[in-house]
Design a protein around this ligand. Sequence first.
Ligand code: CA
Length: 230
Amino acid sequence: MRSILLCEDETVIREFIVIHLRRSGFNVIEAATAEEALELYAEHKDSVRLAILDLMLPGMDGFELCRRLREQDAVMGILMLTARSQEQEKVKALKLGADDYVTKPFSPSELIARVEALERRVKNTDDTGYREELVSGSFALNLLERTLYRNGTAVELTQVEFQIMEFFLRHTDQTLSRTDILSRVWGADYYGEDQIVDVNIRRLRMKIEDDPSNPRHIITVWGSGYRWNP
Ligand code: CA
């Protein structure tokens, strides 16, 4: 059974989401507060690979919940629920480790499509069943361990960051457009904003660049996209 952690304080919305997730074959672990979500997560750690978190919660908010979950699991897929007016919040959520967000109000089919796309990505990252390592300069991406090493030291990545790194290291001689990265990492049917690519690139740079404001490895190619430089 595929388990998903859902944290939403509004009962009507939560029940609405639960119905649609169950219909799609998910085992839903429901929480009305972030505190409750953390307790339930601790109990179900081994089976939960996905989470849907509302941003505005009583007590601890969705940002902090996202940060704490990401701290415990770098690979888990995290989807945030935000209001239409919360543009800055979306960026903040992505910076804190969320993989994607859905804006309220959303249709059930939109939510399920996003959850399933996220699930495929988590699965791809989990089930990389071949022993392979992509090496470039001082970086080595171990596809079996799903770990990036820089000069032999592991760099903690989210699964989205891992997939972006994999995409770069498989195409070291090419400039990759935002659209290329979006469709490779988020799927061709993704209908969110390109901004999500930039946010993840920024986050990746913070982790792998000596000076993230003067990146030497992930180079911006103005008007085209990004290029890997070993
Ligand atoms: Ca709420």
